[in-house]
Design a protein around this ligand. Structure first.
Ligand code: PEP
Length: 257
């Protein structure tokens, strides 16, 4: 059974002191929670202070993005070398990076290689927009994003990656997908594609999260699905009570309790 993995994407929220307060509250709220990987992904400037606050905790730390180059004239960018040793995870290809900042599949593939070669565990986001969903293109779009992201990634490294299926129309809208639909898309657009790229063992080993308006009241619908191993949580990760409730309920549902 794949271990549950629930991550909070704080996006461009929280000052450094607010970030430290949030993670301190979260540490207390999640004390004693085992058998689940949990991570928070604050803005870059809060990574080091949050890391300090997380000392002695099992909560992991992730960045929300990075460049693929180690250094250079890339104003405003942060490199894998800078994140190495600072965090455990890095989110790659979030739909806001793809749509607002114009990130391409090719860039995400370069970032994936760079993350893996710097000891960072990538969370690769894929997902269709509303138009693509309504045109019946979801499996083709998400499957294509998976193929492009994993190009030339060896099987023994691929299993270190987590994929987040995040339908764009569900992100920040309060309108989540249906659990069974998300499960079906993950089977057909992610696991079947991974089985084709690698083999069934790799396809079954890679963890897949659902993301898009996950809240305490709906997390069970997702984490009780066979193909869904966790959640990437945006808005509801900004409150310690909500996020810890999501982790506890989600873990119980994943374990079939
Ligand atoms: C996200 O940012 O990845 C996300 C899923 O946001 P929200 O939970 O707010 O929809």
């Amino acid at each position: 059974m794949r271990k549950a993995f629930i991550a909070g994407n704080w996006k461009m929220h929280k000052t450094v002191s607010e970030a430290v307060d949030l993670v301190t509250a979260l540490k207390g709220a999640l004390e004693g929670v085992e058998d689940c990987d949990v991570a928070v992904c604050p803005p870059f400037v809060a990574l080091d202070p949050v890391r300090g606050s997380l000392e002695g905790s099992t909560i992991g730390l992730g960045a929300q993005n990075m460049h693929w180059e180690e250094e250079g004239a890339f104003t405003g960018a942060v490199s894998p070398t800078m994140l190495q040793g600072m965090c455990d995870y890095v989110i790659l290809g979030h739909s806001e990076r793809r749509t607002i900042f114009g990130e391409t599949d090719e860039w995400i593939n370069k970032k994936l290689h760079a993350a893996l070669s710097h000891g960072l565990l990538p969370i690769v986001c894929v997902g269709e927009n509303l138009e693509q969903n309504e045109a019946g293109e979801t499996v083709a779009v998400c499957g294509g994003q998976v193929r492009a992201a994993f190009e030339d990634v060896a099987a023994d490294r691929a299993v270190e990656v987590t994929i987040a299926y995040e339908p764009i129309w569900a992100i920040g809208t309060g309108v989540p997908a249906h659990g069974e639909d998300a499960n079906d898309i993950i089977r057909r657009a992610i696991r079947d594609v991974l089985a084709d790229l690698y083999d069934e063992d790799v396809a079954e080993a890679i963890r897949v999260q659902y993301g898009g308006s996950v809240k305490p009241h709906n997390v069970v619908e997702f984490l009780s699905q066979k193909e869904i191993d966790g959640a990437l949580v945006g808005g509801a990760s900004l409150k310690a009570d909500d996020f810890s409730e999501i982790v506890k309920k989600g873990l119980a549902a994943h374990l079939g309790e």
